[in-house]
Each structure stands twice: as C-alpha cells, then as structure tokens.
Write a protein that binds this ligand. Structure first.
Ligand SMILES: [Zn+2]
Length: 93
C-alpha cells in the first residue's frame, strides 16, 4: 500500500505527486517531472505574452510593469543560455 502523503496531482496526467518528489508549480496547477515545462517553453510563453498588445496578456497580473515583465524575459534568456533550453525548473514537494 502506498501510504505516502499525496500533496499535488499532475494537471496533465493526473499522477499523484508525493512529499519529496520533484514537481513544477504553475499558477493554479501543478505538473509532474515528465510534464513540467522546459525553460524554452516558459521563455516562449512569456516572450509571446509580453508582446501581446490585445489586452488579454497575463503579464499585467504577474508583474508590476512592462519593464518588470521584459526583465523577467531577459532573465529567462540568460537561464536558457546557462542551464539549457530543455532544463525543467522543479521544486521538491
Ligand atoms: Zn504528468
């Protein structure tokens, strides 16, 4: 029997994420290691979002200003250069 504490459920595959396992928290969802976004995915998302002029962009909810959002994109580019595009930022549950 699996009596480990289930802390989260992967939004993509429904797998249980237990204490001590790696996972990736997103805004209102969590992902298992397999389905976590890579740095390239995250960078592509924010690059597109920051460039979105339609008013439907997410950055105004996440950042104080467009400059802050652009700075985040610049930091992500640096992380891609340092850690690689396929690196998945994970946290331990
Ligand atoms: Zn999953």
């Amino acid at each position: 029997m699996d009596d480990r504490v289930q802390l989260y459920v992967c939004e993509n595959c429904g797998r249980s994420i237990h204490e001590g396992e790696k996972y990736q928290p997103a805004d209102d969802a969590n992902f298992c290691e397999e389905h976590a976004a890579t740095l390239a995915d995250i960078l592509a998302f924010w690059e597109g979002d920051v460039a979105d002029q339609s008013g439907d962009a997410y950055w105004p909810d996440e950042f104080e200003s467009l400059e802050d959002a652009q700075e985040h994109v610049a930091e992500l580019r640096e992380r891609v250069a340092r850690d690689g595009a396929d690196f998945k930022p994970l946290r331990e549950a």
